[in-house]
Design a protein around this ligand. Structure first.
Ligand code: EPZ
Length: 422
């Protein structure tokens, strides 16, 4: 298993380009199942998760080809409407094929994802909404076995119990081909949901309210192909900005959407960083912080447009070296503090109290060997390692490769002393 060795203490300087968003690419790829026409995705990030979903779609008979950052998909000869356990257990977002398969083919057999490091992450809201759309969904031997007895899904008024990103995406895709109108209340407002809706509309779908908590979808009989540029990855961009603040550097992230980062930028300004934004770039300077290090800033994760749970570990790493004490409250997942014990190994002072951590900033961290446990925890450890004195080794970085494209190269280009050990 690969490791990352990072020698801390270097301030990051320079420019970095944001890749296409993982959490947009995955639903967009699944949406290719809704049509027999070609779907072209530009700005497709080279990530393990994107590769994994591509392999799953291929196993169904979908043509999937990559040319540089262009992904070509065509589902004109789908032979299997199945997502087997072996694939789904490695990536829970595979459940995103369920809605499109039911909508277009009327049947699907998709493995239940099972839990993961950050929580149980059930899919009961996906199932409940699909049932309301007229699907029959049974759980048999760990699989969701779904069908549409009436032959076609029909529009429904759905209100999910909690905001669910992939739940909203699954139900929105299914509703596009349903007979009649669907209203989804309590819908997720994440930019990745908006990106999916915009491509679905380009394919001929009739969707209103994307980006709000109320989605109205009027079903159509068929959908055509589309050519779509995947929205920039706001979490990758945010990760680099946190790294710039933690190392007291001066970094510009290009090819991003500043408006998607509002809640994070507010917190980074509160920490003392100075931030300038252009149309598609954000520059963070933290070279002349008053106390020579950031101020500790408390946060509470919540659904978009609130502070993103996917940035919680990264910002906690910043708080570890800040001046003062901060609280970090995680409201989305029940077990998303796996990075805490690893940060403690680097010298951080963190007390976990339920879904809140109390972080006492300290002037310095010291290098150690640490272990990545999940994707964003790994990113938090990278940030901490960039400021820890000495040479830190991060193990099990396959977690990182799931969601960050060429991270060590991008960080090295900003001056980080980082290398991948095979
Ligand atoms: C998406 O996961 C993202 N993944 C996650 O990013 C992100 O952390 C999460 O949304 C929250 O923003 C993708 O988009 C591929 P949820 P998702 O359904 O859709 C509960 C990353 O690091 N819930 O919005 O799986 C659930 O347990 C990943 O890139 C149910 O109880 O998350 C959680 O507590 C990690 N039943 C909460 O809702 C359901 O049917 C939010 O989950 C669905 C969800």
């Amino acid at each position: 298993m690969d490791k990352l060795r990072i020698h801390g203490g270097t301030a990051l300087h320079g420019e970095v380009f944001a890749s296409g968003a993982k959490n947009a690419a995955l639903p967009l790829m699944a949406a290719s199942l809704l049509t027999a026409q070609p779907v072209l995705l530009e700005h497709a990030p080279r990530l393990v998760d994107v590769h994994t979903l591509g392999e799953l779609l291929r196993s169904m008979g979908v043509q999937v080809e990559r040319e540089d950052s262009l992904l070509r998909l065509r589902a004109d000869a789908v032979s299997r409407c199945e997502a087997p356990y072996e694939r789904v257990k490695t990536m829970r977002a595979s459940v995103l094929v369920l809605g499109p398969l039911l909508a277009r083919f009327g049947h699907a057999r998709v493995s239940l994802p099972g839990g993961c490091a950050i929580g149980a992450r059930p899919v009961d809201q996906h199932v409940r909404g699909l049932r309301q759309l007229g699907a029959r969904v049974d759980i048999e031997h760990g699989y969701l076995v779904a069908s549409v007895p009436s032959g076609r899904l029909r529009g429904a008024h759905i209100s999910t119990d909690m905001v669910t990103v992939t739940g909203t995406e699954n139900l929105m895709m299914a509703a596009c081909l349903a007979d009649g109108e669907t209203l989804i209340e309590n819908a997720a407002q994440e930019p990745e949901v908006v990106d999916l809706a915009s491509m679905l509309v380009d394919m001929g779908a009739d969707i209103e309210g994307a980006g709000t908590s109320r989605l109205r979808i009027r079903g159509v009989s068929t959908l055509g192909g589309a050519s779509h540029r995947i929205v920039a990855d706001r979490i990758e961009a945010g990760t680099f900005l946190c790294a710039a603040a933690a190392t007291r550097g001066d970094v510009t992230v290009r090819g991003c959407v500043p408006a998607h980062l509002d809640s994070l930028l507010d917190k980074l300004r509160e920490a003392g960083a100075s931030i300038d934004c252009g149309e598609d770039w954000v520059r963070l300077r933290a070279t002349d912080l008053p106390a020579g290090r950031p101020r500790a800033v408390s946060l509470r994760t919540s659904e978009y447009p609130g502070f993103p749970t996917d940035m919680q570990a990264q910002f906690m790493a910043l708080d570890c070296i800040a001046e003062g004490t901060a609280t970090v409250t995680e409201t989305i997942f029940e077990n998303r503090f796996m990075h805490v014990q690893e940060l403690v190994r680097l010298g951080a002072r963190i007390a976990v109290e339920g879904n809140t951590c109390v972080v006492q900033g300290s002037g310095k961290l010291s290098a150690a060997t640490v272990m990545a446990t999940d994707l964003r925890a790994s990113a938090g450890l990278v940030i901490a390692a960039l400021v820890a004195e000495g040479s830190t080794c991060i193990e099990r970085i396959y977690h990182l490769d799931r969601g960050y494209e060429a991270m060590e190269h991008k960080l090295a280009a900003l001056g980080a002393r980082i290398e991948r050990l095979r």
